[in-house]
Design a protein around this ligand. Structure first.
Ligand SMILES: Cc1ncc(COP(=O)(O)O)c(C=O)c1O
Length: 389
């Protein structure tokens, strides 16, 4: 049986896969089982921060793998403590809870916010405002946080206590905050799955003003935007604000499962022993890889991310067949005249892996993609967007 047939036979049919089986990769090149080489602009949905099988990341992971692969959180281990230190020192935050995925990192953030509000104001103050068109994960509670009915309908009843504000609509935000009992506001600074939609600076400023006024916890979901993706270490840094909590995953682990909920001083001691936990969270192998990744996201790399972003934006905005380019850094969404599914398929036929977000072409290349590969990828996109049908 081919891999494709095996997969179709035995894997639950929750994914719409592209008709490609990848067997190997190095940097921004992926190789399929038929020998086809692709330039990769998807990075496993913003996970492979430095591309496939990056040498430094492999060394960090392999060295740790040969020392100690797992201990549970009943014992102290070096990599998770050092990674937490690095995250706090790079952001000015105070404490970290480690988990294994973005959804879990958000679950923890929600628990912290609810407990903070309950401890201080009583249990009725439990409502979390999120944004329409957001995406926060697939567990029942993060699905409830996700402001898109399409994800909700088949899984009712959801977790109670969520309400949804229209992104960038300040009067809707003000009305919902004033409705009372709001524990937290949770948001992606650039909505990823929702179609690569950045929040406006004015809207973000108002979130923080209202949160300060009403003592509401701000939670930035940095699962997709984090770890250098938007040209700053975390996307909130583009806006000159600091959330009470941010969640991160995807690119932090660089290809191994790792989530982190990063807590400011205000909420650092809300959860007490026994309030939360994870068997695998803070796994030493995942954390060792993450340390090597975070250490490399410095000013020089971020300047490179911004330069590559500007290059893509200027080339594609001027391209026939492209209506708009949205996003930040190396998280870009391209609105095309042709249907996006055709664009993705034809890019693939020409040796380029790209994905979509809603009806946009989504570009999430490795932060260190070589200029030659990037230029080749942009030329392919231009050719495909321009093609008359
Ligand atoms: C903004 C955001 N939050 C949360 C998640 C969920 O992350 P995970 O799939 O690791 O649970 C995602 C995944 O795409 C995401 O983009």
């Amino acid at each position: 049986m081919s891999i494709k047939d095996l997969d179709n036979e035995y894997i639950a049919h929750t994914y719409g896969r592209f008709p490609v089986t990848l067997i190997k990769g190095k940097g921004s090149v992926a190789i399929a089982d038929d020998g086809t080489e692709y330039i990769d602009m998807a990075t496993g949905i913003a996970v492979n921060t430095f591309g496939f099988c990056d040498d430094m990341w492999i060394s960090a992971v392999a060295e740790q793998l040969m020392e100690l692969q797992h201990t549970s959180n009943l014992y102290y281990t070096g990599p998770c403590a050092r990674l937490a230190q690095l995250l706090c020192e790079k952001t000015g935050m105070s404490k970290v809870f480690f988990s294994n995925s973005g959804a879990e990192a958000n679950e923890c953030a929600i628990k912290v916010a609810r407990k903070y509000a309950a401890d201080k104001y009583g249990k009725e103050r439990n409502k979390i405002l999120t944004l329409k068109n957001s995406f926060h994960g697939r567990t029942i509670t993060t699905l409830s946080a996700t402001g898109q009915d399409v994800f909700h309908n088949d899984f009712l009843p959801l977790t109670e206590g969520f309400d949804y504000v229209e992104a960038n609509n300040i009067s809707d935000l003000e009305d919902k905050v004033k409705s009372g009992n709001i524990a937290a506001i949770m948001f992606e600074l650039v909505q990823g799955e929702g179609g690569v939609m950045p929040l406006t600076p004015e809207f973000v400023e108002r979130i923080f003003e209202l949160s300060a006024e009403y003592d509401i916890i701000t939670i930035a979901d940095e699962v997709q935007t984090g770890n250098g993706r938007t040209g700053e270490l975390y996307a909130y840094m583009n806006y000159g604000v600091t959330p009470d909590i941010f969640s991160t995953a995807k690119g932090l682990g660089g290809g191994l499962p790792l989530g982190a909920t990063v807590l400011s001083q205000k909420v650092q001691d809300v959860l007490k022993a026994g309030d939360h936990g994870s068997t695998f969270g803070g796994n030493p192998v995942c954390c060792a890889g993450a340390i090597s990744i975070l250490n490399r996201i410095d000013d020089e790399l971020l300047a490179e991310v911004k330069a590559k972003s500007e290059y893509i934006i200027s080339e594609l905005s001027a391209c026939e067949g492209v209506k708009a380019v949205d996003g930040m850094g190396l998280m870009l969404g391209i609105t095309t005249e042709r249907p996006v599914d055709e664009i993705v398929k034809e890019c693939m036929e020409k040796g380029l892996l790209v994905i979509k977000a809603k009806q946009k072409l989504r570009l999430l290349p490795a932060l260190n993609i070589e200029w030659d590969a990037l230029k080749e990828a942009v030329e392919i996109i231009k050719t495909v967007c321009k093609t008359e049908v």
